[in-house]
Structure formats: structure tokens, C-alpha cells
Design a binder for this molecule. Structure first.
Ligand code: SF4
Ligand code: SF4
Length: 466
């Protein structure tokens, strides 16, 4: 229980903050606050937005730096192509990412949500700003919402939603570029629409989804849909840094007494400014680790503004841990943090090893299923038939030579494999042949796959004899 003080009204526990008692959505009009942290977040968000919108335009060796083409199962991370055959790397990468998120959350709570989550960045740093610019602050927005449909209201609402739609269209196209790469995207928008019906359909669907999320659904994404918010309860502990209300200093809250100009017992003057600016509509004073709190720091800026006005020290709401508030403790490395960190370092080490030793191709060799050996009565030679498959995982065409173990002979069935085009899979069949009695029954053999640079891979297989 993170609120060891008595709350006068615990009704907030019975329904979502943006919901009336009969279940209707209550629209949130967050107050406009520009404080130190908001300015820092704005700068950081510009960096993130430029990176997000700029990355799809960057190319390395004629290919995008990042591409996540789930439809054609082609992926590029930092300019390196990956294929479904690299699934183990993706799975390990995801496990490390989850571990990193857990460790980060244990240490710094919801800093990700407030500072870097695309939902918060788009909502608070783009869409919300446009709303303030066109409709004014929270009071003006409420007034406009309650006003009849005059010409001014129609113009304001139409311009706002038009801009929302344009930005959603921009985000949708960027998203599409990450999926198919910018050259395919450019083709799609320059060629006749009937040639790219699938892509255009996706573009319309994404635009609709983004528009709906940022124009209507908004904070519901964080409160209802996002699984990360729901993980907070199990990840955070009293040592985690989060946006916290210093209830020791703030309580008992109360208005400034007009006659004496003195405060109630605590520093909180119950002005509700921290509640008014909250984009999810919550009251941070009801407890710091609330599911709906996205760690956006608006309440910190708001309260600092109030404290400055009443000549009290800033930081009644601040980044701190529960232990920091109650015992004045600094963040320390608990056993849990140590365990997460060790595991993460091991995993990152293992993935780095796999990446560094990863070859730009992959070969598989199978003795043809259902076939036994062939014995030539005249030459007294035994042969087995094989299927080979080579995947070229690079952006270059690769030339291979396929060499059997001594003293085997390799006889191709049909055209021998020599070159594998970039990103292609090629299949071939051959016999491995040896003199009868020259190979021990049950002993394994191999063929070497060697490219022009002398890089090789040994493909093991079985060889059956009479
Ligand atoms: S802004 Fe500060 S003083 Fe005002 S209600 Fe919130 S915590 Fe109390
Ligand atoms: S409680 Fe504060 S930090 Fe949390 S979402 Fe609301 S304004 Fe942002």
C-alpha cells in the first residue's frame, strides 16, 4: 500500500478517472503547462521524431537501414539483412529486450512511457500541441465543446481534425516505409494505384487507426490496451524511481487560510493544478504507482510552479522512490537488480557472439528421405542421394564450391549449384559415391560449402552402406 495517509474520498478506486459512474467516457482536457521538464521532453521528442521520420530515408549499400517486412518475411536491422531462418536471434533479441524493459522499469519506473513511448510523443508533443494552438487551453476547449455549432466552432474543429488526419497520414506512410522499405513505397505512390492495391489498402487502414487513436481513443491506449502499464504492479518496488508525491511533506493538505495567510499542516494547498494538467486525469496524490500514470512529469512542473508562487521549496511532486520519500534513501542496487543485470549481460554477450559468428549464408543437407543406398554391381561403388539447400542471407550474389569429404565423389543430378543470388534460396540434388567397403557402416560424413572468400561451412550427414 503506497498511500499511508488517510484519503477523505476513495471513490476514485471504483471507476476509471475518465469514466462517469454510469460508464460514460469523460473527455479529458489537460491544462497547459510549460515547465523545465516539459521543455526537456519537448527537445527530446524532436530528436525522437526526426529519428523516426528520418530513418526510413537512410540507405546502406542501396538498402534501408531498418525494414520489418512481415509479409515477405524480410527484415533489416542496422543495415544487416535477417531471414526467418534467423528466428533464434529474433527470439533471443526479444527476450533480452523484455529483460531490459523489466530492469529499466525496476530502476526508473515509467520513464519510457513519459519520455520515449511513441503514443505519448505523438499525443502530447504533436496532436495535443495542435489542439492547444487551434482551440486554446483547457478552459477554452471546454467552452468550445459546450458551445453551439457556430461558424467559428466549425472552422476550428474542421481545421483541427484536418491536421490530425494529415499527420495520421504522414505517420501511416512512415510506418509503411518501415514495412516495405522506402524504394517500394516510392514505387507505390508513383505508379498507377491498381498496381498497388494491397499497399494502398494498408495505407488507408493505418491512417484510419492512427487518426482514431489520437483524435478519439487517446489516453485509453495507456489505461486499457497497453500491457506495459499493467506490468508495473509486478515490476515496481519501493526502491524504484517514479513520479512521486511527497505525502510526508504535502499532508495534511489544505487551502491557504485567508485570514492568517498560513498553510494547513502540509505544503499541498489542494489547488488541483497537478490534477488539471494530467493527460490521464488522475490525482497523483492518491498514490504514486497508479496504472494510469504515464510518468509524463506534467504534475511535477505544475506543482513546482505552485510552490514557487507560495515560496515553498520545489519538489513536492518529484522523481523519487517510495523509500526516498519515507526514509530519504537513494536508489540502491538490490539483489533483484543484480540478478536482472547479470542475466541481461549474459544474454547480450551470447547474442553478440551469435551475430559476430553469423555467416552470410546458410546451408542444409539432407539424405533424400525414403531412399536407400544404390550399389553398382559392375563398378562396386555405393552411392547415396542428397538434397542441398543454400540460403544467401546477404545483399551480394555468392559463388560457392561444394566439396565432399575425401574419398567421396560428388555427382550432381541436373545443374550443379554455383551461384546463389542475393536473398535467394537455391536447391539441388547430388550423389555421394564411394567404393564398396571403403566407408565404415553408420559413420557420418560431410560436404564443405566454400565461397570465393574462402569462408566455409561443414554440412554433416549420414551415409548408408550395404
Ligand atoms: S499542484 Fe501541488 S499544491 Fe497543488 S494540489 Fe497538486 S500537489 Fe497540492
Ligand atoms: S500523474 Fe503526473 S506523471 Fe502521472 S500521468 Fe498524470 S501528470 Fe503525468
Amino acid at each position: 500500500m503506497l498511500t499511508p495517509f488517510n484519503l477523505d474520498n476513495e471513490d476514485f478506486r471504483n471507476h476509471l478517472y475518465n469514466q462517469s459512474k454510469d460508464g460514460k467516457r469523460l473527455w479529458i482536457y489537460p491544462g497547459r503547462i510549460i515547465g523545465k521538464l516539459y521543455k526537456a521532453r519537448t527537445l527530446f521528442s524532436w530528436f525522437l521524431l526526426i529519428t523516426l521520420f528520418g530513418l526510413p530515408w537512410l540507405q546502406y549499400q542501396g538498402h534501408p537501414i531498418f525494414m520489418f517486412n512481415f509479409i515477405e518475411r524480410q527484415f533489416i536491422f542496422f543495415g544487416v539483412p535477417f531471414f526467418p531462418q534467423d528466428f533464434h536471434l529474433v527470439a533471443l533479441g526479444l527476450v533480452s529486450f523484455l529483460l531490459f524493459i523489466s530492469l529499466f522499469t525496476v530502476l526508473f519506473g515509467r520513464i519510457w512511457c513519459g519520455w520515449a513511448c511513441p503514443q505519448t510523443i505523438f499525443m502530447e508533443m504533436l496532436f495535443r500541441k495542435i489542439e492547444y494552438w487551434i482551440e486554446g487551453d483547457d478552459k477554452s476547449q471546454r467552452k468550445l465543446a459546450d458551445a453551439p455549432w457556430t461558424k467559428e466552432k466549425i472552422i476550428k474543429k474542421f481545421s483541427k481534425h484536418f491536421l490530425f488526419f494529415l499527420i495520421s497520414f504522414g505517420i501511416s506512410n512512415t510506418f509503411l516505409m518501415y514495412l516495405i522499405g522506402n524504394s517500394d513505397w516510392l514505387k507505390m505512390i508513383n505508379e498507377p494505384p491498381q498496381l498497388h492495391l494491397k499497399g494502398l489498402f494498408l495505407m488507408i487502414v493505418f491512417t484510419g487507426v492512427f487518426y482514431f487513436v489520437f483524435a478519439r481513443f487517446r489516453e485509453m491506449v495507456c489505461m486499457v490496451v497497453c500491457p506495459y502499464g499493467r506490468l508495473q504492479g509486478v515490476l515496481l518496488d519501493n526502491n524504484s524511481i517514479n513520479v512521486q508525491y511527497d505525502f510526508k511533506r504535502g499532508e495534511t493538505r489544505g487551502k491557504i487560510q485567508k485570514n492568517t495567510n498560513s498553510l494547513a499542516n502540509g505544503d499541498c494547498i489542494d489547488c488541483h493544478w497537478c490534477v488539471r494538467v494530467c493527460p490521464t486525469g488522475i490525482d497523483i496524490r492518491n498514490g504514486s504507482n497508479q496504472l494510469e500514470c504515464i510518468g509524463c512529469t506534467s504534475c511535477i512542473d505544475a506543482c513546482d510552479e505552485v510552490m514557487e508562487k507560495i515560496n515553498k521549496p520545489k519538489g513536492l511532486i518529484r522523481y523519487d522512490s517510495f523509500n526516498g520519500i519515507t526514509k530519504g534513501e537513494k536508489l540502491h542496487f538490490s539483489k533483484r537488480i543484480m540478478a536482472y543485470s547479470t542475466l541481461l549481460i549474459l544474454l547480450i554477450g551470447f547474442i553478440s557472439f551469435l551475430l559476430l559468428t553469423r555467416k552470410p549464408w546458410e546451408g542444409t543437407l539432407l539424405r533424400t528421405p525414403g531412399m536407400t543406398f544404390q550399389l553398382n554391381e559392375e563398378t562396386h561403388k555405393v552411392s547415396n542421394m542428397y538434397q542441398i539447400e543454400i540460403l544467401n542471407k546477404s545483399f551480394e550474389n555468392e559463388t560457392f564450391s561444394i566439396q565432399p569429404e575425401e574419398p567421396f565423389e560428388l555427382i550432381w543430378i541436373g545443374k550443379p549449384i554455383k551461384q546463389v543470388e542475393k536473398g535467394e534460396i537455391i536447391k539441388g540434388n547430388f550423389f555421394l559415391r564411394i567404393k564398396e567397403g571403403e566407408w565404415k557402416k553408420g559413420k557420418k560424413t560431410y560436404v564443405n560449402l566454400v565461397n570465393l572468400n574462402g569462408q566455409s561451412e561443414q554440412l554433416k550427414t549420414s551415409f548408408i552402406t550395404p
